[in-house]
Design a protein around this ligand. Structure first.
Ligand code: B1M
Length: 211
């Protein structure tokens, strides 16, 4: 692998967001395609971060830094990827559910999924069921991702799934949920298609749901 791509991987792992845009531009100018930069420079770095995060060797601030670094590179290569028609892994609408203002985990999940090749549409926090339904009708996503950090707002996940059913679109979209109080049992109970306990697993589950 080229030294430049290895440098991009290392920068992502280090979370060197200040220099990433310039390095990505240098790689493009040096003749590397956007897809190569993504698949052979950025993704190995993000995979490494995901593995280390899962293993408890990296912590939230470090992952956020790497995610920010990924964003810096994505800002440069995203338009080229879209132009070149590279197939995205799928489309995800993500949001923190109604009544809940915690968005750090949701943002991490969104970034990890984006890093894994998904187009991510972030509805933000305190998103009511109707807004999820309207966004699903507008964007036709493969997956709707919901995050909740409060035991009280977990119920909003169930309400959103009901709203999707009532709107007649539940069958055409997968639902993935997560957040500290959420469990696989709860996901089964409310009829979600996938549950992930952390951001790294979320991008794995998203891949499984769209396979
Ligand atoms: Co609040 N808060 N908070 N809080 N807060 C918790 C969640 C709490 C556990 C603290 C405690 O009491 N020990 C508690 C909830 C108790 C409960 O219901 N079980 C709590 C409370 C009570 C409250 C308030 C009610 C406090 C008050 O006002 N009295 C209030 C509620 C506001 C509201 O939402 N309506 C409140 C407010 C806040 C702040 C605004 C101050 C702030 C949020 C800032 C923000 O997010 N922009 C805040 C914070 C920071 C926390 C703690 C300290 C940290 C949460 C966090 O960001 N963790 C939290 C205690 C704690 O968790 N130690 C706490 C880091 C983040 C990376 O992890 O979000 O779990 P997490 O995300 C993980 C996984 O869960 C998973 O992947 C992520 C990355 O690995 N994941 C998904 C998350 N979403 C996913 C979606 C997926 C898949 C995986 O698929 C779509």
């Amino acid at each position: 692998m080229s030294e430049l791509l290895s440098e991009i991987t290392a920068m992502l792992i280090e979370g060197n967001f200040k220099d990433m845009a310039a390095k990505t531009t240098t790689a493009l100018e040096g003749g590397f395609g956007a897809e190569i930069i993504l698949n052979e420079g950025l993704m190995p770095g993000m995979d490494h971060v995901g593995i280390e995060f899962k293993a408890g060797n990296l912590f939230v601030p470090e992952v956020l830094r790497s995610a920010k670094t990924m964003q810096e590179a994505m800002n440069i290569i995203r338009p080229i990827l879209i132009e070149s028609g590279a197939e995205p892994a799928g489309k995800i609408i993500i949001g923190t559910v109604k009544g809940d203002l915690h968005d750090i985990g949701k943002n991490l999940v969104g970034m990890m999924c984006e890093g894994s090749g998904f187009e991510v549409i972030d509805l933000g926090k305190d998103v009511d069921p109707t807004s999820f339904v309207e966004a699903a009708e507008e964007h036709q996503p493969d997956i709707i991702g919901m995050s909740a950090l409060l035991t009280t707002t977990m119920l909003s996940m169930e309400r959103t799934i009901k709203a999707l059913t009532e709107a007649g679109i539940r069958e055409s979209v997968k639902v993935m949920i997560g957040g500290a109080p959420v469990t696989q049992d709860f996901a089964d109970q409310i009829g979600a298609d996938g549950y992930a306990s952390n951001a790294a697993s979320a991008s794995d589950i998203a891949r499984e749901l769209t396979a």
